[in-house]
Design a protein around this ligand. Structure first.
Ligand code: SF4
Length: 360
């Protein structure tokens, strides 16, 4: 059995589908996490790259069945930060030494939104400079919009496919949400010159270990640079989460599954950036640190103003709702030092996979 982990660690994409599924279900979780951690250290060292996360609006045109800010949830107080507030938050991120910001919101399309984001990007570049990293996570857009935002200064884009299983995707979304369109957006992002990120939820109802192995193979087939995955946590105001019982044992199992997914992804892809998602912390106060020790190398501290945080809940139990960005920074520094890792200050923390593709 050990030889399978060694085979995976020796070179990327070395496992068959069956072997990848076996690795995901590896009986000794610590051995799996340690093998993935060694691979991470080889490619990025014992270092964590930070991206300050600005959740600048929770208005969304879509209605995903699992999401707390879906259009159909009337219990959400909707907000959208103005351009000044977003630029201020990005400036704080830059001054705090995080090196990168992530701008995230519900999915909005159309000229007004495209122009608003473009204007914000140009202002952020003007205050933070070219070396500052800007990641967008703003959903499906036209290729023209992606290109416009790229030219205005964004250079990474995260668009989670949520699951590579089209039938499962269809069960999680209304009929007018298209898996194929989402997959095609990943291609458009690549053509526009972004570092491209995707990801999935793990622990979805009806999802199998085979599906998760296929998800990791999907990341490889799309040749993505960054992965942002999270365990599925039911939200009570959604069709998928309503009335679903949730116990501490469920949280423990879901956390372990999320960590297994990080580790197996690291073992299969080796040199991509992998985020330790905040959803891990919602399941365990030390969930993100555990994610780093299972092979993740990116963290996204929330820098959104406190008044908005509670209104941006994609899943139930989101942590740090009452802590401001400075408190988060100090808390994270302690947490990272406690696991013997170091923060990559004032650096964009680009994906090594992207760099090696550029090098040729
Ligand atoms: S998952 Fe994204 S696109 Fe779907 S409803 Fe939530 S914010 Fe909107």
């Amino acid at each position: 059995m050990v030889s399978l982990l060694e085979k995976a660690a020796a070179q990327p994409r070395a496992l068959t589908h069956r072997e990848l599924a076996e690795v995901l279900a590896w009986p000794d979780a610590s051995a799996l996490f340690n093998a993935a951690y060694d691979v991470k250290c080889r490619h990025v060292g014992r270092r964590v790259a930070f991206r300050g996360l600005v959740e600048f609006g929770n208005v969304c045109e879509k209605d995903c069945f699992y999401c707390g800010i879906r259009r159909g949830n009337a219990n959400v107080r909707r907000y959208r930060m103005d351009a000044d507030a977003i630029v201020r938050a990005a400036e704080w991120v830059c001054k705090a030494g995080y090196g990168s910001v992530v701008l995230q919101s519900g999915e909005l399309t159309g000229e007004e939104n495209a122009a608003f984001v473009e204007g914000v990007l140009r202002r952020i570049v003007a205050v933070a400079g070219d070396g500052f990293g800007i990641t967008l996570s703003l959903g499906e857009q036209t290729e023209e919009t992606y290109r416009r935002w790229r030219e205005a200064g964004a250079h990474r884009y995260l668009l989670r496919i949520e699951t590579s299983n089209r039938e499962l995707y269809a069960r999680l979304h209304p009929a007018d949400h298209s898996w194929e369109r989402r997959r095609d957006c990943l291609g458009a992002l690549r053509r526009c010159g972004y570092q491209v990120g995707t990801g999935v939820m793990c622990g979805l109802p009806g999802q199998t270990t085979d599906d998760l192995a296929s998800d990791i193979e999907f990341f490889a087939a799309e040749d993505v640079d960054m992965i942002g995955m999270g365990p599925y946590i039911p939200h009570p105001d959604t069709p998928l989460g309503r009335g679903v019982p949730w116990t501490p044992a469920d949280a423990k199992d879901r956390l372990e599954l999320g960590l297994r997914m990080i580790a197996a992804t690291r073992l299969y892809l080796h040199d991509v950036n992998i985020a330790a998602a905040t959803a891990l912390q919602a399941l365990d106060p030390e969930g993100r640190e555990k994610g780093l020790l299972a092979g993740a190398n990116v963290m996204m501290p929330n820098v959104t103003e406190n008044q908005y945080r509670a209104d941006y809940q994609l899943y139930a139990g989101k942590p740090c709702l009452d802590e401001n960005a400075s408190v988060c920074r100090a808390c994270l520094e302690r947490r990272i030092a406690a696991i013997g890792e170091e923060i990559l200050w004032n650096a964009r923390g680009d994906s090594p996979h992207w760099k090696s593709r550029l090098d040729g």
